[in-house]
Write a protein that binds this ligand. Structure first.
Ligand SMILES: [Fe+2]
Length: 419
């Protein structure tokens, strides 16, 4: 059944504790949700601001001659990178609608997808973080990541047909009316012919049609089959995907693997295993080859503290991405005399003391992890996290300063500091 688009009179939805508790209990990975007139900073971004962002990102792509993070579909077919570069928004388009007019004149069915738009949006990123902070607090931190993209165009149907993703999707229309047709997982399982199809007339009666406009928000679980539909008029929509295809077992296993790799040393690279006998006459396999026995010995020598530290390090590195696939990067050149400041006090450089070596510690930001034992460097990171402007020369000893500056540069490249 179609749900009507919100009128100005529709009650507003405040994303407060109550909302999120209800969301986590009744909707997350369970069933779709439509919320009208949502009060969220994310929705306060005007279409003029979004146009500006798009032009800034497109300018960068043109400059680098690489449309990374941007896809353009014409009649459902993906355009080549060179073609994409020629079809991106330009300042002279003046607005989202201006850009649309230019594209619409050439293409009766086009779709521009911008995956990395918030990469250039340092000022607005906190709006997204406000939303995801609340979400993660209620449903848990994503073991994979979340990512936001802008979908824009006059396309009548999602270019790849009905499909299911491994992510739950929050969708926020910015301009125009957006329609999503949804089928629950069980229906999709029973009708595999739905996969990638554009011909689903006979399945329509089993679907839910969700119609949303600017100010509204919709969510569907990762298992929901879906397709976007339109009458050919213009729409622009933010889509936040929260990937749910990485289990705790995957996380734990990969942290353990990192630890095992460091413990095994060069033995881990061996591609054949020397042995005395594979089995005895009766077929019994009773003894491990020597290389296994040595590796086991290395594992057994791990202390509880060492184990915990390794997992903590892996967790720290994971959360340093703040639940995103990427965090915005900024070009900051670190020198001994740079005046460094954290890009945002909400995104501190994470750190962790080593248990084995009281002087050693690790620092992490944006998925980058560095290890040091420079007391001055740690003091500086703590001051930066407290919101202070720091000049490296005032913290770092001359000896080792080059190495410390190199680590600060790695954190800077990951986006930790102000440009
Ligand atoms: Fe999708």
């Amino acid at each position: 059944m179609a749900q009507k688009k919100g009128s100005p009179k529709a009650a507003s939805t405040v994303l407060d504790q109550k909302f999120w508790q209800n969301f986590a209990k009744n909707h997350w990975e369970k069933k779709p949700l439509v919320a009208r007139n949502v009060k969220s900073g994310l929705l306060e971004m005007t279409d003029a601001e979004i146009f500006e962002l798009l032009v800034a990102y497109s300018d960068r792509c043109r400059e680098m001659n690489d449309p990374e993070g941007l896809k353009f579909f014409i009649d459902g077919a993906k355009a080549d990178p060179e073609e994409v570069l020629e079809l991106l928004p330009e300042k002279s388009d003046k607005s989202l609608l201006g850009y649309h007019k230019r594209m619409n004149a050439q293409f009766p069915d086009y779709c521009l997808v911008c995956d990395e738009l918030l990469q250039v949006n340092l000022k607005k990123q906190h709006l997204l973080q406000d939303f995801t902070d609340d979400l993660f607090r209620h449903v848990g931190f994503p073991n994979r990541f979340s990512e936001i993209g802008l979908y824009l165009g006059n396309y009548r149907k999602t270019p790849f047909g009905v499909h299911v993703d491994s992510c739950g999707v929050f969708s926020f229309p910015v301009a125009g009316v957006k329609r999503f047709r949804l089928w629950p997982a069980a229906y999709g399982d029973e009708h595999p012919e739905l996969d990638r199809t554009f011909n689903y007339e006979k399945h329509k009666k089993h679907s839910q049609l969700v119609e949303v406009g600017p100010g509204d928000m919709t969510y569907w679980p990762s298992s929901e089959w879906h397709i976007a539909e339109s009458d050919g008029s213009f729409s622009a929509t933010w889509s936040l995907g929260v990937w749910v295809d990485q289990t705790h077992g995957d996380m734990f296993g990969s942290a353990l693997k990192d630890l095992v790799d460091t413990k095994l040393g060069s033995a881990r690279l061996k591609v054949t295993t020397p042995f005395k006998a594979l089995h005895d006459k009766s077929g019994e396999v009773g003894e491990l080859p020597k290389i296994y026995q040595d590796s086991l010995k290395a594992l057994k020598s791990l202390s509880a503290a060492e184990l915990e530290e390794a997992f903590l390090k892996s967790w720290m590195k994971h959360i340093s991405l703040q639940g995103f696939k990427t965090v915005p990067v900024s070009a900051v050149k670190v020198t001994a005399k740079s005046r460094l400041q954290l890009r945002s006090v909400r995104s501190p450089v994470l750190w962790q003391q080593s248990t084995g070596n009281k002087k050693a510690f690790s620092l992490s930001y944006g998925g980058v992890l560095v290890q040091s034992s420079s007391a001055g460097l740690l003091k500086m990171v703590k001051d930066l996290n407290a919101g202070k402007v720091c000049v490296p020369v005032q913290y770092l000893k001359i000896q080792g300063a080059k190495r410390d500056l190199g680590m600060l540069q790695e954190l800077a490249d990951a986006g930790a500091f102000h440009a």
